[in-house]
Structure formats: C-alpha cells, structure tokens
Design a protein around this ligand. Sequence first.
Ligand code: NAD
Ligand code: IPM
Ligand code: MN
Length: 356
Amino acid sequence: MKKNILIVPGDGIGQEVTEVGKKVLEKIAEKFGHEFTYDEALIGHVAIEATGNPLPDETLEKMRASDAVLFGAVGHPKYDNDPSAKVRPEQGLLKMRKELGLYANLRPIKLFDELLEASSIKPEILKGSDILFFRELTGDIYFGEKGRKNDGDTAYDIAEYSRFEVERIARKAFDAARTRRKKLCSVDKANVLETSRLWREVVQQLAPEYPDVEVEHMFVDSAAMMLIKDPRRFDVVVTANLFGDILTDEASQIAGSMGMLASASIGDSTGVYEPIHGSAHDITGKGIANPLASVLSAALLLDISFGLKEESDTIIAAVDKLLKDGFRTRDIADASTPENMILNTQAAGEELLKRI
Ligand code: NAD
Ligand code: IPM
Ligand code: MN
C-alpha cells in the first residue's frame, strides 16, 4: 500500500516520542511491503518561534494533503505561567482540530496485564479494564465565545452544542459499542447545564435505533468517582469536550500512565493520531519519556486510516511482548522493576523494533 504520512512532533517530549512512533511505522512498512512516504511540519511553540503562528498555513495544507498525521504534543512553560499571552501553542492544536473537522476523539483505555502493578489502583479492581472513550472534540466551552467585560474584571467562556454535533459523536459511540460489549455510558451534567440537557435528550432519542446497546446516563462527577471505584463497569463512554479531556487523564491511571494512552482524532478530513499527554516540561530533554503512547497512536493510524488491522495488531503485540519481557520506562516501573530493565525513550524504541 502507498501512503504519505505527515509527522508533526510539536513541542517538548512530542519531539522525543514521535521519533519512535515514526520508526515503528517504517519498520511495519518494511515488514509488510508497504510504501510509506513521510513529510514533517511545525505546530505549537516551535511554529511560533519559526513563523509567529502556532499553526502555519503550510502545516494545515500539508495535513489536508496527507493520508494521515502522526502528532506529538504542544506546549511550553513560557505560556503556561503567562495568562496575558495572546499567541499560544495550544491555539495551534485547537485550530487544527476545528479546521480538519476532527470532531471524534477516540481514547482507548486498555490495561496491559503486565502493568497491573504499575497503577496506583488495586490490581483486583483493575484487572480486565477496557474502556473506549469518545470525546467530542470541536465544540463545547472550548470553542464558544470567550472574553472579558467589566474592564477586564469578569471573564466568560460560552459552552455551546448543536443537536447535529451531539448526534454525530453519539452515533459513532453507539456503532462502536455494537462491536464491543454493547454498553454505552453517556456522561453529562444534565442536572445543571443546558448543553448537557440537549446532549441527554439526543442520546435518549437515538437509543431506540440501537436496541442491542444498553445505554446508561451518568453525571460527570459520579463518573469521575466510578472510574476509580469500578473501572470494569464501563465499555464505551461518550462525553463532551471538556469532560472527556479531564476524565481521560484520570482514566490514564487505569492503564498505568499518561505515557500509555494513544488517541485517534477523526472527522471530515485527514485523521490525526496523537498521545493524550502533553509536552511534559518536567521531563523534556531528559530522554526518559515513555514512547508507547505515540507507538500505540501509530497502531491506531494504521487500523483506522489505512484499514491495516494485521499491521496494527503487530504493533500492539510487540508492545505486549516488550512489557512481558520485563522492560519498562520510568513512568511504568514499580518497586519490583530491576534498574537494568528501566529503559530510556530511545532504548525502549530499539527493543520494541526488535519485537516487530
Ligand atoms: P502533560 O501530559 O504534559 O504531563 C503530565 C504528567 O505526566 C507530567 O508529570 C509528565 O512528566 C507525565 N507524562 C506525560 N507524558 C508522559 C510520557 N510519555 N512518559 C512519561 N511521563 C509522561 O501535562 P501538563 O504537565 O499538564 O502540561 C504540559 C504542557 O503540555 C502544557 O503546556 C499543556 O498545555 C500541554 N498539553 C498539550 C497536550 C497536547 O498537545 N495534546 C495535552 C496536554 C497538555
Ligand atoms: C489534550 C490537551 C488539549 C485539550 C489542550 C492542550 C488544548 O489537553 O489534547 O487533551 O484540552 O484538548
Ligand atoms: Mn488533555
């Protein structure tokens, strides 16, 4: 198969982990006889430094022209502590999602058995957890009107959802539930928010079309609690942009680490595949980031954008083997991990390639 893949590493550890993700794609192409070509583009802080724009037109054009995008992360400490900054790395990410119409963000929370002990949650609660989040990605409080009034002393962000926006993400989640354990949990705050009441109304109206899917509605505060109390009760979860952002960082602890969670952002145009983690200033440049979220994002890319299921499963099996053989990066090591089995980013990549 011939495909062109755009690599967009972005900032901080985005650079470090995407390098490994790309090597894995190269190895898969070699093993299965595919012809993947690669181009690279700037986003985030590195793009601001080079062009003044967190999402240069050239990057957006390259994204539209490619068959899939492997994305790293954006962010820089300089902006995190400067609320007055008008141009910010994160604007590049949000604009990319909006411009490419990436309304569905799939975040699989799958615990590799070997990492049962890496989580701070008890193994007997965790074992067998397997959740697929559908986070709506182009609406909500992220994209509504925002501003200041009262001479700047009052700030507002407006949350907005249309019936159309809720329906299209809900249908994706219903369809996915059908291929899994046939349970859908829709998470909202319908006891308080009007957007959530519309959300619940739409999901309720769709439910009769999917009689084989068991639907449950849960308030987000309760869902946050239930994820830790009993993660196995969840199969597919569908929720709004902000709730999905927060709940999936929480859910990363079910999988052991932020460094394990991949995502697929899909919609009207090219699909973008990215770890859920950020640029991680605290470990940037140390070479110790876990590259597996990027590697598993590459696996999602092959499966979802190219329909290459066997190739995708080969990557997942290699990750499984790496962990079974006892190798860990620092974030997923536990007290019983021998020091010589704790790998840096590059070494983890090399050991992984040997297992593909
Ligand atoms: P973060 O996800 O970057 O890091 C949170 C914690 O998890 C840190 O302790 C970090 O070291 C650890 N971590 C994350 N990924 C890891 C990996 N692969 N291996 C090992 N440890 C890992 O979140 P943050 O610290 O809140 O944000 C840092 C910057 O990233 C901010 O500027 C933020 O805006 C940005 N951000 C970007 C994205 C994105 O590009 N999709 C996502 C989240 C945060
Ligand atoms: C994510 C990030 C982004 C989000 C930020 C950096 C804009 O946290 O991809 O999860 O909130 O969507
Ligand atoms: Mn996030």
